[in-house]
Design a protein around this ligand. Sequence first.
Ligand code: CA
Length: 234
Amino acid sequence: MATVLVVEDENRIGEILESALAANGHTVQWRRTGEEGTRAARTGRIDLVLLDLGLPDVDGVEVCRRLKRLQPQCVVVMLTARRDEMDVVEGLEAGADDYLTKPFRMTELLARVRAHLRRAAVADFVPEVFTNGDLTVDAGARRCAVRSREVDLRPKEFDLLARLAADAGRAVSREALMDDVWDRNWFGPTKTLDVHIASLRHRLAAAATSFDPPATIPEISTLRGHGYRLEVQS
Ligand code: CA
């Protein structure tokens, strides 16, 4: 799982966050001041930060700026009191990815953390831009194109394609796809996966055949009893 840094000076909130995140399998570092939080980000990789904006020493927005400078890949979720709306705007400008207003529901916080970490993981293992034949998948820009004409994909279709592209030429199991694109706590029918693959194939094929002669794009093969593979052509 992930390393989560909690920067929060209120003991009660810090304790609840620490135990809930640890119970979800995360490694938690709880720091009570902006200086200590910044120091933690200097000494090891942090995947996500829960950052209280009202800290006793350094302004939370400034802490956010420092954290993003030290670890640009880390996700920063600000925790703020409702009266701090201007801080939220400044925090987002300083590079924060999200915010939650206190008091927040723990289930909502955990769901947000999970979603952010999942997205960060996908961004991590996908090369910035995958190109094969006439297909381009730009994970950073969330852009899929055939011969530089953009293909309109639904979010999950894009995630699936990006996940397959990250392991292009290799088999990706159904479990890995369900975990990475949906959620490890997804209890819905795994048929959802096949439906999305079918629709992804359809959209890519439609995009390819809209050219004359048709564009060349890698196929998505079904591996019975296992999963899928994005075929790469040399
Ligand atoms: Ca505080």
